[in-house]
Design a protein around this ligand. Structure first.
Ligand code: TYM
Length: 330
């Protein structure tokens, strides 16, 4: 039987966070044996905010190095650059004509991002979920491993695919979000009511994947908890402690019950240090492999050139089918 297909991606803006890692990339690594995997650098999505061009280019290469350092085997996965496969932009235009303004206006990420970038609410920010839908259904992906914040975009993708299929007959596979319980939504360390985000203004709120062990320990020590001194999972009443448990669980594969038991009768000080060290240990080999890979730009190029080629093959078949169906001369 053919393997099911997986597609996902990360934007190449700024430094990646522990949230990006635990919500997405870490899960991708576990999928590489069982699935036919396509992981892209979402560089076109990154254009919805202003970037320094050289930094953006450099970030895309860094992200490829990080994918590999995190454990994605370039032989088993197709790692490619979104902007190198022009079918993404082409399908996105077509699907824009099958997506309603009302649907896009309801996207919570659009509302959040336009509040954050009030001086630059461009139409790319608005139609961004259509590009994301195109990324996914171009590959007829079965599964899309993402964090919970992308769930609404996945629902819209399904709606667009179903709408198109209904008009033109079976064209797109209707994909499913693949969201694991352990890393689905990592919250900020200072504000555990909001997701950990790379654009946070308080740097103590975020663990970046390239933070030093010292920084990581310091940030966890300062993490907001409560006054109970009880390690118990209760996201509603104890968001800070529950988030730390979530992180610890995602990194060590321990269950919430095991964690509660491990820290029974111990204070938050011991618990926070255990979380910090577990994260440091998890990131250490990734950081050193990452630095090693970054010094070999030729190898990084080889990786994406092979990925680009495989991606183009599949994407062009879907795009041709769509063009024919909507009435373009192909
Ligand atoms: P991006 O770049 O914002 O985030 C990349 C991945 O990280 C996950 N994530 C989190 N997971 C748990 N806790 C957090 N605090 C956290 N912060 C981020 C996100 O859910 C995501 O899985 N539009 C996408 C990129 C994209 C894409 C795609 C993804 C473009 N096309 C097609 C899947 C399929 C984005 O901006 O993710």
């Amino acid at each position: 039987m053919d393997k099911k297909r997986v597609l996902s991606g990360v934007q190449s803006t700024g430094n990646l966070t522990l949230g990006n890692f635990l919500g997405a990339i870490n899960n991708w690594v576990t999928m590489q044996e069982q699935y036919d995997c396509y992981y892209m650098i979402a560089d076109l999505h990154s254009l919805t905010v202003r970037n320094d061009p050289n930094t953006l280019r450099e970030n895309a290469l860094k992200l490829i190095a990080l994918y590999v350092a995190a454990g994605l085997d370039p032989q088993k996965n197709n790692i490619f650059v979104q902007s190198h496969v022009s079918a993404h932009s082409e399908l996105s235009w077509i699907l824009n004509c099958y997506t309603y303004m009302g649907e896009l206006s309801r996207m919570t990420q659009f509302k959040d991002k336009s509040a954050k970038h009030a001086d630059n609410i461009n139409s790319g920010l608005f139609t961004y979920p259509v590009l994301m839908a195109s990324d996914i259904i171009l590959y007829q992906a079965d599964l899309v491993p993402v964090g919970e914040d992308q769930k609404q975009h996945l629902e819209l993708t399904r709606d667009i695919a179903e709408r198109f299929n209904k008009i033109y007959g079976d064209t797109f596979k209707v994909p499913e979000a693949y969201i694991t319980r352990s890393g689905a939504k990592i919250m900020g360390l200072q504000n555990p009511e909001a997701k950990m985000s790379k654009s946070a203004t308080n740097l103590n709120d975020v663990i970046f994947l390239n933070d030093t062990p010292d920084d990581i320990v310091k940030k966890f020590k300062k993490a907001v908890t409560d006054s109970d001194n009880l390690v118990k999972y209760d996201p509603e009443n104890k968001p800070g402690v529950s988030n730390l448990m979530q992180i610890y669980g995602a990194v060590t594969s321990k269950s919430k019950e095991e964690i509660e038991k491990e820290f029974e009768g111990q204070g938050y000080g011991t618990f926070k240090m255990a979380v910090a060290y577990a994260v440091v240990e998890k990131l250490k080999p990734i950081q050193s492999k990452y630095n090693e890979l970054l010094s070999n730009k030729d190898y990084i190029k080889q990786i994406y050139e092979k990925g680009d080629e495989n991606a183009r093959k599949i994407a062009s078949v879907t795009l041709k089918d769509v063009k024919e169906k909507v009435g373009l001369i192909v």
